[in-house]
Design a protein around this ligand. Sequence first.
Ligand code: CTP
Length: 390
Amino acid sequence: MRIVVGITGGIAAYKAPELVRLLKKAGHEVRCAATEHALEFVTRTTLETVSQNSLYCDLFASGRTEHISLKDWGEMLVIAPATANIIGKVANGIADDALSTLLLAFSGKPVIMAPAMNCEMWAHPAVQRNIETLKSWGIRMVGPEEGELACGVSGVGRMAEPAAIAAAVYAAVQPQQLQGQHWLVTAGPTYERIDSVRFIGNYSSGKMGFALAQTLADAGAEVELVSGPTSLSINHPRIHRTSVESAREMYAAATEAFPRCNGAILSAAVADYRPSECTDHKLKKNGSEGMHLDLVQNPDILATLGSMKTSEQTLVGFALETDNEEANAQHKLEKKNLDYIVLNSLRDKGAGFGVDTNKVTIIGRNGSRKESPLMSKQEVAHLIIKTITL
Ligand code: CTP
């Protein structure tokens, strides 16, 4: 897609080059347009270097009507950061510089804004009224987020992170081919209690499952996200999150949701075993003696869904293997009655728990096989969804 990134004069402008880089990496062509004040925070050279295109910031440069040629060129306009000033101008039809003129000319095409300002400015009724006006015209807002602001106070006003803005761009360009569908995703680790303060857990961060939920929702599906303990947050109107702790809680939530779903992707790292007993007080050391934990097996959520599955439903599991990877994955696919299994090999550097990247092989019950290079978990999620919903 050809995207114009508009930058206005707020401190968050220093993050604009990162946004441009992410959009370029996703395969888009980018041109930047900046206000005069934006160039107090980020330089022309930086924006031209990352976009590999000349910057548009002077309405009267050599007498050209560049706001018109740029609006003809661009298929989407992303304003990041969007100050209270540009929001107010557009809401009231004011076009007094290069960017505001481009914005008014850019009608009938998608516009995304990432507001950023001091929290009291954000809360001002004039700004809120202008935001509502822009939203009613179909302009999509990403953020602002709560956090520490450049002026030293904390509150709502921080610009959304470039990755979140890039994800909103992705969502806006995605065809909604899963509209009307329901999907279940499990994510994260499970914690199996030993006593009132200790548990057996694993290093799963939940990132892969959250990326899958986001991608499904972006494609139009309603998503039931059943997640074990994780620090991740997700905010999407079509993602309905149930937070659980143990494998048995995850089992209850997943088996309850599955019958109303078109498909399920189980990416959670479920503990295979739990302590046979859990005390409600803290266990004390017993002199210098060692300790034995008696473990019992947890229910296998994936295998249970495999036995419940109808011919209309798609079931996808993950396999984390260290040796005999493909044969083990194939065996799991058959044993648990899956349609696809996503194989992670722990031998691949950059794949697996905690990291932001992954490298997978997607094996289908019909014999299909797709191998990915090392990619971000977001990109792996897109590949998985594309493969299983074709
Ligand atoms: N899984 C599950 N419930 C469990 C254990 C695993 O739903 N109690 C799911 C995982 O979410 C994943 C898949 O099963 O999608 C593979 O998990 P894995 O632990 O690799 O498979 P196991 O069947 O436990 O096989 P093994 O321990 O022999 O590797």
